[in-house]
Design a protein around this ligand. Structure first.
Ligand SMILES: [Zn+2]
Length: 197
């Protein structure tokens, strides 16, 4: 029988996290080994809290602890302006600019035929349903890479006949990148410089 190796198990588990390679996983594991027990307990509790208490907004699909989320219910946010992003973390990127006072719609991905992700795998139906409630503009803030562009084009074709103006964020954001890694100045410029599709 194989011997239990808690440290190796921890390294293996950490290595499954995005952006964590073998070396980082090992460094983190040794760091955790030296961390006081109460800090580890707080960390574990925070991780479980995310699983137990955080859910997805039934209107916009953003992560939230109340449903509908604060963005969907805020009175000082324009319900006639919707910013479409790929992932919940992209909402934070747009929020950092502090210039956007509309609402959001999270697609939960982008069209990526090579990975087997088609339009039906994304939260598009919910977006179209929201447009029947009177929307003036839909800002497509999908990532400036091949998948994000394909998704934006697909959505523009679908939404324009329904009436709202459809705009795409400016490509001050480096092409091929992810909005997550975009600083707030670049993101601000990308929103300000958006073009009609
Ligand atoms: Zn919401």
């Amino acid at each position: 029988m194989a011997r239990l190796d808690p440290l190796a198990d921890l390294v293996a588990a950490l290595q499954r996290l995005p952006g964590i390679g073998a070396r980082s996983a090992q460094r983190l594991a040794y760091h955790l080994l030296k961390t006081p027990r109460e800090e580890i307990e707080a960390l574990a509790a925070a991780m479980l809290g995310v699983k137990d208490r955080v859910t997805y907004c039934t209107i916009c699909n953003n992560i939230t602890d109340v449903d509908p989320c604060g963005y969907c219910t805020a009175d000082d946010r324009n319900p006639r302006l919707i910013c479409v992003v790929e992932q919940p973390e992209n909402v934070a990127s747009v929020e950092k600019t502090r210039g956007f006072r509309g609402r959001y719609h999270v697609l939960m991905g982008a069209i990526a035929p090579l990975q087997g992700v088609g339009p039906d795998d994304l939260k598009i139906k919910g977006l179209l349903a929201r447009l029947t409630e009177g929307v003036d503009e839909v800002i497509l803030a999908t990532n400036p890479n091949v998948e994000g562009e394909a998704t934006a084009l697909y959505l523009a074709r679908l939404i324009k006949p329904l009436g709202p103006k459809v705009t795409r964020i400016a490509m001050g954001v480096p092409v091929g990148s992810d909005l997550d890694y975009t600083d707030e100045f670049t993101m601000s410029k990308a929103m300000e410089g958006r073009r009609e599709m």
